[in-house]
Each structure stands twice: as C-alpha cells, then as structure tokens.
Design a protein around this ligand. Structure first.
Ligand code: C2O
Ligand code: CU
Ligand code: CU
Length: 480
C-alpha cells in the first residue's frame, strides 16, 4: 500500500496550539542547500579513531544583510556530519570555547551513562577539554549530537548546537541503496527560527514554555534552499532538529517517499507514503525516485502548505535498482520476565505545569531502575489535559526500543524498526520494550525541548547485578 495520512491525531497537531508560529516564506533568494562537511578524524588505526568536537560561537551568513550570531560544532553553525563505523572504538575530545558550560549528548548512540552519554550530568566548562572513549556497536542509523545542559538545552540547541551523526555497518553498506554523501544521500536537518533586528536570533524574545518556534524554515542551516538532483534516486535523512515544530512533509505531485529507516536504523521492510510526519528529535530516511521527471523539472518539498526545499532535476542516468523488500532483521529480545513490573511514564501538563508522573525533573533523584541486559515493558502515557491536547515526543537515552502497541493496537506502519523517540497522542498509552546494554544514569523525557527543560523529564539507573547501588557523581542543578 501507499499510505497517505500522517497517522497521528490531527486534533493534537501543533497548529492548534494557541502559541503556534506558522511557517512563512522568507523573502530572500534561493541558495544551494547547505551540506555539512564530513568530520575528519584527527588520527585513525584499524580499530580506533580520534576526533575532536569543538563547541564554539561565531557568525553565519544565513540571510542577506548582517550575519547572525550562532553557535556550532567545529564551525559557526550546526556541525560537520560525524560518521561512526560500528565495531570501532572512538576517542572524542570534547572542547568548549563557549562563554558557558555545555554538554555533548549522543542522541541515539548506545553508550554508557551518564558521562559518555552526555546528558545533564556531563558538563564541559568554558575553556575545558575532555576526552571520552566508547565503542560503537549498533546497527547503521542516523543519530545526532546536541547539547544537553539542564535546564538550558533549548537555549543551546536554538543557538545551533546540533549535528548529524551517522552509524554505518557492513549490512547496510551491502544493500543497493544510495550511499554517496552529498550526492544521492543527503542530510536534511529541519529547524525553524525567527530573524529579529539585524538578522539576529533572540531565544528569550521568542520564548514559549510549550516550545520555541520561528516562522522561517532553516534546512541544514540554509533558508530557501535548493538541491541539484543528479541521480534518479535520492536518499534523504530527515532529522527534526527543532525545539518544538512538527514537520508534516509531502512533495509536489504527491511524489511517493519510500521510508527505509527510522531513529535506530533500517526498517524491516520499506514503507511507501505520500505524507510523513516527524516530531522533535525523530529521524526518518526516505528514498525518492525521480524516474518520471526530466532535466529542468522541479520538485518541491513542503511542510503543511509551505515549500521548504526545492529539488532541481538535472540529467541523470536511469537507475531502476529495486529497493530490497526486506531491509533488516530487527530481532529485539523478548521481555525477560513476563511477570516483571511494567515501568510507568505519565506525561502530563502544558506550559509551566509539565511533568512526568506528577513530578518535575530532579537532577539528584533516580526515578526508576532497570537491570542491564534485561528487556522490560515501559508504558508511556500522555494524559489529555487541555484543549485537544498535544503530542509529546517521548525519548529515552541509553539505547533503542521497539514499539509494541498504541492503546493496544498495532504501531504505525513506519514504526516497526528501532526507535529512541516516539510521539504519544493525547489519551494514549504507547507500550515499548526496552533493553539497556550499558549501565549508568539515563534521562527520559519529552523532546519538545522547552518541556524537557521545564521538567517533563526523569532519569533511571541501569545497574549491573554486582553493583546494584553504584553511586554516580550526579550534578545538582544549582551548579549552573
Ligand atoms: Cu535528544 Cu535527552 O535528548
Ligand atoms: Cu537523547
Ligand atoms: Cu511535551
């Protein structure tokens, strides 16, 4: 089948919010879509790779006129794409030249917490360098890096601290899918900003406790972008890197998108659709087939009714490679003990009243526990508090989960792969199966970043049987 709806409850879409900021066309010429460079390792052996990620402030020419003051990794805005090969060990130097502390969170990477994971408890202070070492051992996926100092994650990400992080593996490389970075395999980071006087961003002026948004679509850091298509097939790796916005994507002529991967890697089978909704922090990889177009044609990507990216079709060699009908075996382990308790996460409230299980986040409080290597159910509920409610994109640090059901029904067709973020409709309970492969303290939260910063977040300790009560050096919030 070719699906042509967004699956989620329309009454909860962000455009029903009182504070919704509609996308508007920014009046500036079209520019080439920014394609981040690939981060070059400092050093590399057969088994180990050394990299430096440097958080810094700078200025970026985004729109005509004055440059915008922005933050980025190794550059002034966003960052180069980091590629991790599954099976290798990485030594990453985290460097902070910002005027304030930040953290480096590997969203979607399966690594120990809380320090390597890079959530709230892993500050890197101004002028500091820290080296972390971890082995990457997970299926090929589109993950990302973003800052995560609590409660200022929204502030940091809004300034530009986000970058794509790809994991590659032999299986995915062996499939007949587009693989040429920047040519037929491109990142598409979806964000939005408001340009104030002198083209500056102003987080405080745009602040909304239900999520900060701006009217101008910023795609890979570019406004009004176009991309020259030189191959019949094009792989887009979407990341909703916005603080709040939901992107409801569709193409001119209702061109079909074939989704091949979600947060944690390949789907078991490709899913065809004309509409794709992604919510904060989710990723979706789709393949477009421009076979019916010819040089000179244009294809437009929209979110709702706003054009956000233009594809200029150039000459291409016909390519009728079929996308494999089977992409990956998911093999998520069964629940270890069917009688074990089901973890409960209730997301409630809007604005300043948001919380999880009736509480605001506490840096020093461990809210839940799970043993390493065991698979357990987590029930994630969104209580429908007010006004049609809203979708809360629920995210867990520490690995990937599998979605079992939505209110007892099957997950959506494009949710059959590994996920680390799942949006929950109002009045819904999403059951997931989660296994942690590393010990540590890990956050779980709504990924509308202002909800997370506002306290719709909790943390669990993943323990090993021999150290069930290991003490971690957690960071009290007031150190900020
Ligand atoms: Cu992405 Cu905790 O986040
Ligand atoms: Cu995360
Ligand atoms: Cu939320």
């Amino acid at each position: 089948p070719i699906y042509n709806d967004y699956f989620f409850n329309e009454s909860a879409y962000d455009y029903h919010d009182g504070g919704y900021v509609p996308l508007e066309k920014y009046d500036s010429p079209t520019v080439p879509l920014g394609i981040p460079t690939l981060l070059k390792p400092d050093k590399e052996t057969d088994t180990d790779v050394w990299l430096t990620v440097h958080a810094q402030a700078g200025e970026t020419q985004i729109v005509p006129g004055a440059k915008t003051k922005t933050w980025g990794y190794n550059q002034s805005l966003l960052g180069p794409t980091i590629v991790f090969k599954s099976g290798k060990t990485y030594h990453v130097t985290l460097k902070n030249s910002l005027p304030e502390l930040t953290t480096f969170h590997w969203h979607g990477l399966d690594v120990p917490g809380p320090f390597i994971d890079g959530g709230c408890h892993a500050p890197v202070y101004p002028g500091e360098n820290k080296e972390i070492t971890f082995k990457v051992d997970q299926p090929a996926a589109t993950t990302w890096l973003h800052a995560h100092p609590c409660p200022l994650t929204g502030w940091d990400v809004w300034h530009g601290l986000a970058a794509m992080v790809y994991v590659t593996d032999k299986h995915e490389e062996s499939l007949p899918l587009p693989h040429e970075y920047g040519v037929d395999d491109i990142p598409v980071v979806l964000q939005d900003r408001r340009f104030h006087e002198d083209n500056q961003w102003d987080y405080d002026a745009d602040y909304d406790p239900d999520g900060v948004a701006g009217p101008t679509a910023l795609i890979n850091g570019t406004v009004n972008p176009e991309f020259n298509v030189t191959t019949q097939k094009l792989r887009l790796r979407f990341l909703d890197g916005s603080n709040r916005r939901e992107w409801r994507l569709h193409l001119s002529d209702d061109l079909v998108m074939t989704q091949i991967a979600s947060d944690g890697g390949l789907l078991p089978e490709p899913v065809q659709m004309t509409k794709l909704m992604i919510t904060c922090a989710e990723r979706a990889e789709v393949i477009l087939d421009f076979g019916k177009y010819k040089a000179g044609d244009q294809v437009t990507l929209y979110s709702d009714d706003m054009p956000i990216l233009t594809f200029n079709i150039k000459e291409f060699t016909p390519d009728n490679t079929e996308i494999p009908e089977h992409l990956a075996d998911i093999n998520y382990p069964d629940v270890s003990d069917p009688d074990s308790l089901v973890h409960q996460v209730v997301m409630s409230g809007m604005d300043e009243s948001v919380g999880i299980n009736g509480k605001k986040f506490g840096m020093m409080r461990i809210d839940d526990r799970q043993e390493i290597g065991k698979t357990e159910y987590w029930d994630i509920t969104n209580t429908n508090d007010c006004c049609g409610g809203m979708l809360h994109p629920y995210h867990m640090h520490g690995g990937s989960f599998q979605i079992v059901s939505r209110n007892g029904h099957a997950p959506y067709p494009n949710e059959m792969g590994l996920k680390d973020t799942v949006s929950v409709n109002p009045g819904e309970t999403v059951r997931i199966k989660m296994r942690f492969n590393y010990a540590g303290v890990f956050m779980y939260h709504c990924h509308i970043i202002e909800h997370e910063d506002g306290g719709m977040m909790a943390q669990l300790q993943v323990y090993t049987p021999d150290e069930p009560n290991k003490k971690y050096d957690l960071m009290p919030m007031d150190t900020l």
